[in-house]
Design a protein around this ligand. Sequence first.
Ligand code: SF4
Ligand code: SF4
Length: 619
Amino acid sequence: MEPLLKINSETCIACYACVRACPVKAIRVQTEKVKPEIIPERCIGCGSCVAVCGPGAIEVRNSLDDLRKILGRGKKVAALVDPSIAGEFPDITDYRKFVQMLRMLGFQYINEVAFGVDLVAKAYKDLFKKSKGKYYIMSNDPVTVSFVEKYKPALVPNLAPIIPPVAATAKVIRKIAGEDVILVHISPLIASKDEIRRFEGDSRIDLAITFVELRELFSEANIHETDLEYSDFDAPLGFKGSFFPVANGIIQAAGIEEELHLTPVITVEGNGMIDAIREFEEDIGTIKHHFNLFYKEFLMGRGTSAGGRRILRHSQLIKYVNKRIKTLDKDAWEASMTEFESLNLNRTFRADDQSLPVPSESKLNKILKEIDQLNPSDIGCGACGYASCTDFATAIAQGLAIPEMCNIYASRNRQDHIQSLKISNEKLAQAQDALKRSERLAQKEKEAAREASEIVRRMLHKLPSMVVICDMNLKIIQTNDSFIEMLGEDAKEINEVVPGLAGADLKTLLPYNFYNLFTYVLAQNESITNRDIHHEGKILNVSVFVIEKEKIVGAVIRDMSAPEVEKEEVVKRLTEVIDKNLSLAQQIGFILGEGTSEAERMLNSIIESYNLRQDLKDR
Ligand code: SF4
Ligand code: SF4
């Protein structure tokens, strides 16, 4: 089941007001979370944190869905209504209208818990009468009971072993309506939602809802008193048990002496409950009184609407009880008391010690040093939620708090943080300058590279040799004018639109034997030099070379019939023939003697005569 309370970390603003308000330090703050969280095992359900949380970040487990399901099942359902309704619903002019409104919701039995109070009050009177030298803490307030079990387990045997009024009422209703009746407690306390889980057997209660939830249900079902007739609570009706919502109401209901010098009971309500228990523990031998304790008078319980005024609620209750008492059939009440006096109202408790280990002095001093509070006063500023710096240091040691909750520590850390931010800002500014400088440098280099590339591009276009560069798919990356010239008129026209024929497919521009040289070089990663190709009546000398392995190849193509190439090439090739054959000729020369020298002379004379003819032709 969901915990009774949880903090919505989206809404929480980490103000720690809840930490300050929690009387048992059941709210912890951890470094990795920063936002507080409620520790269910330590929580006593007092609701103080809910009351102080400005943004409303503390959510109480909602029981309305469960109630809707219960009412929708078509089974017998009884409402056990706390008498505090008189203070909660002053807007409903007559309690009988209120009862009818509950019937409209689908409850078949509407019983006031006041009769259960009468039964329990009598049990207390008997207990106090019988007790010889043992003093009890009355156990009608679930918050007080939970506090003793969790934080004063040594006092568990002093908790009065009597079930609370709502559990006594549950026993009565089960006897009247049968075992299968479903019981819903309508309570002024959020703690009742967990308290009912403790009741078993014939005191079992199926669900507890608060008055605030009941209001929501009335509004959702559009139920208003003006449309309804009167209807009274189902029997048995309560008598003075209706005073229960005020702290000493049960004492009056029990008819226990209240004169200060005669009463065996001291009543305390509010935050004083915790101090009272401490005094009970330490001084009961001297005090010699039973304690009637409430963390909060039920009239002002955390399950009632916020902003209610205590005196007004008190006067509403008195008016309501007077009206009830005036019309009460006393004989019928006495008969009912007799009928149910044999009910077993006993209960037990279990110690559930939640005290935490006390940290050593050296550990405390270390923490106090860290938070700059080596000489703490007994009274702290309270901003952290703890009464003193020592209490705060103790909570840090126990894992309930973090140093950041201390204003002084947080402000010092903020200063350190600001200083380190300053330093990193300066470093950042220096890094930015350096970045700007290198950006400018890179820009200059880029500009120079662009200019160099432009020069190369222009040079490429002016070269008499044809140049083409293409990618692995034989798409042209760059060409020059000579190459485009060689391709003919169509290519020139395309060049007008797509400069350099960028992207054109070489396979559509050149014959197979030509472009296959490119394919070969790409596949083999091996350049081809000086390969002659016949193309459209010309001899082209082609060299294809790798620019980027398997990705980019380039080619230089020379037209061998061009005048400037023709002469130079013939000379070059004859020289190659001579060079190639020279060593062979020399070897043969040894054998043939003069003959070889003659062959060399003849070849040289061919070259010279060609050069001479060409000069004449040129002239
Ligand atoms: S009171 Fe607690 S839960 Fe509410 S906003 Fe402040 S720190 Fe968060
Ligand atoms: S309900 Fe009470 S005990 Fe529980 S966390 Fe809130 S203030 Fe603490």
